[in-house]
Write a protein that binds this ligand. Structure first.
Ligand code: SAH
Ligand code: SF4
Length: 437
């Protein structure tokens, strides 16, 4: 979502004459768009700011001014602290106020002190973003349809930094998708903190869910590939499961975080479902779409997690078989219920659990990728590969695929015979050089 937000910040600033440059040294304005989800992400902001201070000073010596802004969730949560620790920052803005950037830039130019905008505004920023969106190169784009969260998992800062759950009207999403399609985009990833909780106002006066929206994007707008992330097991409704059966444009890859396989920890996390309910849900999804690849997030060492709880997580991983996953050590976040709870797990225990879990997930990922060797799969080529003459793209199961091929295929979909599996990618050969969809 930060990638999407950064693109939209560029859209907002373009009418003021700003354009992207290759390095901070050449930038009249630098925006650090930040993430607060774990401690380490937040810490990075301060070390990066130290680096940018030097850039700003070097530019000042050359007589060049630099507006330095911190955006995103660290700005939202720690705005005042940023200004006291890094007084050379000119603008601090939360994720819901970036449509006001032009006004903030003007105020920063006038004012002696820094500009800070971290209130949740009453207006929806989406209503104020420019209608013309620069389409990213490579045929794939993100599109935010839902933001914020009301679920208040014990460990998570999102409800505090992104605010209450809200969905964009379906028509606004469709209009943005049409624009992307007209600019050559073939694949759209619909984004939201709880994207499958989407409930936008429909043009027919009814509330639309994600399934209905995806159908219109596939059938009416003509988007060849649709993905959505991140979804919550609790919001996986029947019509969305059915859409996985009925809509070939809905890609057979689903990121469906479970966090833990222990019912006790799931309850402590306030996730609202049990491990067996997750197993049953995955069963129904696989019935609907047998080639569906599953991905998840895991947290090890949530307060009160015992060895037995961790063993339950390992058992769940074994039962499901994930195509890929992200896993993290629990990180205490200020203001969250878990931060104040007892039973914090020692760091070395967390380390050991993470290693064990990641080793199993690694094997599962390799096994999944190995199983695609020998298949012919449609690949969307999103750019050049690392080696000369090589293209890099994405399979339906979100695997990175490299082949030798012409630049003219970038932004297009073509069939590939998958031949090799490397650590984090696949290699293959083109079976055709024309766009198939
Ligand atoms: N809405 C999504 C997750 C959004 S946050 C969901 O409910 O599944 C992305 C991921 O970051 C989470 O799935 C979780 O695994 C991880 N995460 C969030 N807070 C964390 C914390 N305090 N410590 C460690 N990992 C955390
Ligand atoms: Fe955070 Fe996701 Fe839980 Fe919302 S549902 S509080 S975003 S982990």
């Amino acid at each position: 979502m930060n990638v999407y937000d950064s693109e939209r910040m560029s859209d907002v600033l373009r009418p003021l004459g700003y354009r992207a440059v290759g390095t901070p040294d050449d930038a009249d304005m630098i925006i650090l768009n930040t993430c607060h989800i774990r401690d380490r992400a937040a810490e990075k902001v301060f070390s990066e700011l130290g680096r940018l201070r030097k850039v700003k000073e070097a530019r000042a010596e050359r007589g060049e001014g630099t507006v330095l802004a911190v955006a995103g969730c660290v700005a939202q949560a720690e705005g005042r602290e940023i200004l006291s620790r890094a007084p050379y920052v000119d603008i601090v803005l939360g994720p819901q106020t970036y449509h006001r950037l032009p006004e903030m830039v003007a105020r920063a130019a006038r004012a002696a002190g820094a500009v800070i905008e971290t209130d949740f505004p009453v207006e929806q920023k989406f209503d104020f973003l420019p209608a013309d969106r620069a389409a990213p190169a490579g045929g794939a784009a993100f599109l935010t349809i839902q933001e914020g969260c009301d679920k208040f998992c014990s460990f998570c800062v999102v409800p505090y930094t992104r605010g209450a759950e809200s969905s964009r009207p379906a028509q606004a999403v469709i209009a943005e998708a049409r624009q992307l399609a007209a600019a050559g985009v073939r694949e759209i990833t619909l984004l939201g903190q709880n994207v499958n909780a989407y409930h936008g106002d429909g043009p027919d006066g009814r509330t639309w869910g994600l399934a209905r929206l995806a159908r219109v994007l596939a059938d009416d707008v003509g988007i060849a590939r649709i993905r959505y992330t991140t979804s919550h097991p609790r919001d996986m409704e029947d019509d969305l499961i059915a859409a996985h059966r009925d809509l070939p444009q809905l890609m057979p890859f689903l990121h469906l975080p479970v966090q833990s396989g222990s019912d006790r920890v799931l309850a402590a996390m306030n996730r609202g479902h049990t491990a067996d309910e997750y197993r049953a849900l995955v069963g129904r999804l696989r019935d609907a779409r047998p080639d569906l690849a599953l991905s998840s997030d895991f947290i090890v060492g949530h307060p009160s997690e015992t060895d037995a709880d961790f063993a339950d997580t390992m058992r769940l991983i074994d039962d499901i078989g994930f195509a890929q996953a992200y896993s993290f050590k629990y990180s205490s976040r200020p203001g969250t219920p878990a931060a104040g709870a007892g039973g914090h797990v020692p760091e070395d225990v967390k380390d050991a659990r993470l290693q064990e879990l990641q080793a199993v997930l690694r094997v599962q990922q390799d096994t999944f990728n190995d199983a695609t060797i020998g298949l012919t799969a449609p690949v969307l080529f999103t750019g050049r590969g690392r080696k000369p003459g090589q293209l890099s793209g994405k399979s339906p199961w979100l695997q990175a695929v490299n082949v030798d091929g012409p630049d003219s295929l970038i932004g297009r979909i073509a069939n590939v015979d998958i031949r090799h599996r490397y650590t984090n990618s696949l290699g293959g050969v083109l079976t055709e050089e024309t766009d198939r969809a």
